[in-house]
Design a protein around this ligand. Structure first.
Ligand SMILES: [Zn+2]
Length: 332
């Protein structure tokens, strides 16, 4: 099996090619560090200017998707400490939050001045979404390069709940705490509009609702939302332009009472579904769904290649996968 000599992607990855030095096309076309730094600076300046214009215009400045993981905890910290924003955080409870994630959410919220809400769909609805997502033809191969289909379904629910809430409450910034590997730099600060969001919604909602029916409809946008272009938020990923160093992030999250979990697999600090999602993805595509994210963290110097390869080689926790399968009623 050929693996890129610079990052961690191997020959099974969709669209990969290697040059004569064994370097993959994703590494060859990546920006230099200097170039990255200058683009990050531009996005940061853009966000700061928008804050000047929009801060204090509604009851909240930012709606933050809060999973209880280290990255979204660090994002809350940044928005509050660096930008002094009034924040509403929301957590999508997919019924598979780890106990540690639940405790971390309570701990962090008790130490930070942020309003918070939890959205919990019916367990029946979630079960349908997870089971439907395990069918291998649900999303395009390209969409599957960056995340498993189970994660893609969950994240799209989180994303569209965010759109609904920001539009309905006229909150100018919809903020996600995605790592630089999860979100391309181009998504750092984006003004959304009805046309763009409708296209996104169609590609996600259609395959899902074809399989699970109306249970997910309340979490997506309706015509009345699309009729309000002026209330569409800026979508912001601060970790795409802020410094991203896992050790620093662990340390800062720790100041809010956040503790590193020991009850989930290596790549998720908050979701018990992740191990099953990863296993299904690996069985279907022959690639770890975190490969792209880790390759990008290696490429951008946030992680060494050795650390990245070690992370990808860790086995998925078998007992956790069995427990989740049982709860979903999956028979071997
Ligand atoms: Zn590479």
């Amino acid at each position: 099996m050929q693996t890129c000599t610079k990052c961690v992607l191997n020959e099974r990855f969709v669209g990969i090619r290697f040059n004569e030095d064994g370097i993959c096309n994703f590494c060859s076309s990546a920006r230099t560090m200097d170039n990255q730094r200058s683009i990050r600076g531009k996005y940061e300046a853009k966000f700061e200017k928008l804050i000047e214009e929009r801060k204090g215009t509604g009851s909240y400045d930012a709606l933050v998707a809060y999973s209880g993981g280290k990255d979204s905890t660090y994002t809350l910290h940044l928005l509050q400490e660096r930008y002094d924003l009034r924040i509403l955080a929301y957590t999508f409870d997919n019924w598979y939050q780890s106990d540690r994630a639940r405790r971390n959410i309570r701990a962090v919220l008790s130490n930070i001045n942020v309003d918070h809400m939890t959205i919990t769909p019916s367990f029946e609805g979630i079960k349908k979404v997870v089971l439907a997502s395990m069918s291998d033809d649900m999303y395009s191969a390209k969409a599957m390069a960056r995340a498993s289909s189970i994660c893609t379904s969950c994240i799209s629910l989180v994303r569209f709940i965010g759109f609904r809430l920001t539009i309905e409450q006229r909150i100018p910034f919809l903020v996600f705490g995605m790592s630089p590997g999860q979100a391309p730099m181009a998504t750092a600060v984006v003004k959304t509009n009805p046309q763009m969001v409708r296209t996104m919604q169609d590609t996600l909602l259609r395959p899902l609702s074809d399989r699970v029916g109306d249970v997910i409809r309340p979490f997506f946008l309706e015509e009345r939302h699309f009729d309000r272009p002026e209330d569409f938020p800026h979508s912001v990923n601060p970790l795409a332009f802020a410094d991203y160093d896992e050790e620093v992030i662990y340390e800062i999250a720790g100041r809010y009472g956040w503790k590193k979990p020991d009850d989930t697999d290596a790549n998720s600090t908050n979701c018990l579904l992740n191990a099953l999602a990863n296993q299904v993805h690996l069985d279907t595509f022959g690639v770890n769904p975190y490969a792209y994210e880790i390759a990008e963290l290696v490429r951008t110097g946030c992680m060494t290649r050795e650390e990245g390869l070690a992370r990808l080689a860790e086995p998925f926790p078998a007992q956790q996968i069995e427990d989740v399968k049982e709860s979903l009623g999956i028979q071997e």
